[in-house]
Design a protein around this ligand. Structure first.
Ligand code: PLP
Length: 391
C-alpha cells in the first residue's frame, strides 16, 4: 500500500476559499492578530449566540485563561472527567489548583452528575469549579449540573473542543456554563491548524482574557500600529502569549461558513457506519439524547472484548495495516503515570471510564472522506472484527 492510500485519522477538509484567504492575508502584510481575527471572533460569537468571543492560539490556552479569570488558584479543587485529553486537567495544575476526577456515565461517556454530587460531598467546600467535556460531540445533559452549580456555588466551564455544533435544549454549546473553550486543532470540526476560542457571557472575564492573551498589554498590536496612530501600551498584568494570528483566522472564517455542510456530511458517514456495523460484536455509539444536537465529532464504537480473540490495540494495529488511521479517545487520565504519581489515583478508581478506555476506538469521520474511502473503512473494519471474532 502506498502512502497516498493511507487514510489519515482526522485529516481536515480545507476548501479553495480558505486557501485564497490565507494567500490574501499573506499579501496584505498583516499576519498576526488583526482584522481577520476580529471578523472571525464576531462571526463565531454570532454563531454560538454568546455575548463575547475571544480568539486564542489553542483550546488549552482558553481553559487556562478561563480558570484565571474565574479566580481559581492554589487551595482550590476543580472536578472534571478522567475521560478527556490531558490538557483539560493539566491547566488546573497550571493555576496551582488540584484536579479531582469523578466517573463518567457509561451511556453518555460524559461526567456523571451523581458521581459529581458524591465527589462534592467528599471534598467539602474545596471545589470551586467543574470543567465539563462534551465528549465526542455529545452535549452534557445540563439540568443536574445547573442544579449542582446553584446548590454548591460552583463555576461551570465547558471544554467544548469536540462540540462546536452542539446544542442542548436549543442553546448552543459555549453558552451552557460561565465560560467555554473551543479547539480548532487540525483534527477538530472547525480547523485553523492550531487555534481556539473562548466564549463567555461575563464581560469582566472577557476583558481579563483579552488582557492576558497578549502579555497583559493594555492594547493589542493591531490597535497600536494601525492607521489610528501610534499609542503606547501599558503592562497591566504578567500575561501570556496566547493570541491567534490572522493567518489562522483566515482559515477559520471560511471553515465557519462550511460548518453545517460538514456536519451533515459527518452525519451521513455516521449513518453509513451504524448501518454497516449493526451485526458486529461492537457497541455502536449511542444515538443523540432528546432535545440535543450532537456535534458528531468522533465515531467511537466500543469493542465487545468478550467476543473477540484480541484486545483493542491489536484491532488498531490490524486497521493500520489495512491503511486506516484510527484514534483512541481516551485512555482515562487517572491511568496515566503523572496523575497516579502526583495525585495518588490508581486503577479501579473510575470503573466506567476504565471500561471505555479499554474498549473504545475512533474511526475516521472527517467531512473530507470520499464515499469510496468510507466504503474502504467499512470493509476493513468488518474484515478485522470478523477475523478476530470468537466461534
Ligand atoms: C483537542 C482537545 C483539547 C485541546 O485543544 P488544543 O486546541 O489542542 O489546545 C482539549 N480538550 C479536548 C477534549 C480535546 O480533544
Amino acid at each position: 500500500m502506498s502512502y497516498d492510500d493511507f487514510i489519515v485519522f482526522g485529516a481536515p477538509a480545507i476548501g479553495e476559499e480558505e486557501i485564497q484567504e490565507v494567500v490574501d492575508c499573506l499579501r496584505s502584510g498583516w499576519l498576526s492578530t488583526g482584522p481577520r481575527v476580529a471578523l472571525f471572533e464576531e462571526l463565531f460569537r454570532a454563531y454560538v449566540g454568546s455575548s463575547h468571543a475571544i480568539a486564542l492560539n489553542s483550546c488549552t490556552a482558553g481553559l487556562h485563561l478561563l480558570l484565571l479569570a474565574a479566580g481559581v488558584g492554589p487551595g482550590d479543587e476543580v472536578i472534571t472527567t478522567p475521560l478527556t485529553f490531558a490538557s483539560t486537567a493539566n491547566v488546573i495544575l497550571h493555576v496551582g489548583a488540584r484536579p479531582v476526577f469523578a466517573d463518567v456515565d457509561p451511556r453518555t461517556q460524559n461526567l456523571d452528575p451523581e458521581a459529581v454530587r458524591e465527589t462534592l460531598l467528599k471534598r467539602r467546600g474545596r471545589v470551586k469549579a467543574v470543567i465539563l467535556v462534551h465528549l465526542a460531540g455529545r452535549p452534557c445533559l445540563m439540568d443536574p449540573f445547573w442544579e449542582l452549580a446553584r446548590q454548591h456555588d460552583l463555576i461551570l466551564l465547558e471544554d467544548a473542543a469536540h462540540a462546536v455544533e452542539g446544542q442542548y435544549r436549543g442553546r448552543h454549546v459555549g453558552t451552557l456554563g460561565d465560560g467555554a473553550s473551543f479547539s480548532f486543532y487540525v483534527t477538530k470540526n472547525l480547523v485553523t491548524g492550531e487555534g481556539g476560542m473562548v466564549t463567555t457571557h461575563r464581560a469582566d472575564w472577557a476583558e481579563r482574557i483579552r488582557l492576558l492573551r497578549l502579555h497583559g498589554m493594555s492594547k493589542g498590536a493591531w490597535k497600536r500600529y494601525s492607521e489610528k496612530g501610534y499609542a503606547h501600551y501599558q503592562i497591566l498584568a504578567p500575561g501570556y502569549k496566547y493570541n491567534m494570528m490572522d493567518i489562522q483566522a483566515a482559515l477559520g472564517i471560511h471553515q465557519l461558513r462550511r460548518l453545517e455542510e460538514y456536519h451533515q456530511r459527518r452525519e451521513s458517514i455516521w449513518r453509513a457506519y451504524d448501518e454497516a456495523f449493526r451485526d458486529l460484536p461492537v457497541r455502536l455509539p449511542e444515538p443523540p439524547d432528546p432535545d440535543t444536537r450532537h456535534a458528531r465529532h468522533l465515531y467511537t464504537p466500543l469493542l465487545e472484548l468478550e467476543s473477540l480473540t484480541v484486545d483493542r490495540d491489536a484491532v488498531l494495529q490490524a486497521l493500520h495495516q489495512e491503511g486506516i488511521g484510527t484514534g483512541v479517545h481516551f485512555i482515562a487520565l487517572h491511568l496515566q503515570p503523572f496523575y497516579q504519581e502526583a495525585l495518588g489515583y490508581k486503577e479501579g478508581d473510575f470503573p466506567h471510564a476504565e471500561e471505555i478506555s479499554r474498549r473504545t476506538l475512533s474511526l475516521p469521520l472527517s467531512a473530507r472522506l470520499t464515499d469510496q474511502e468510507v466504503e474502504r473503512i467499512i470493509r476493513s473494519f468488518r474484515h478485522v472484527i470478523l477475523r478476530y471474532s470468537k466461534g
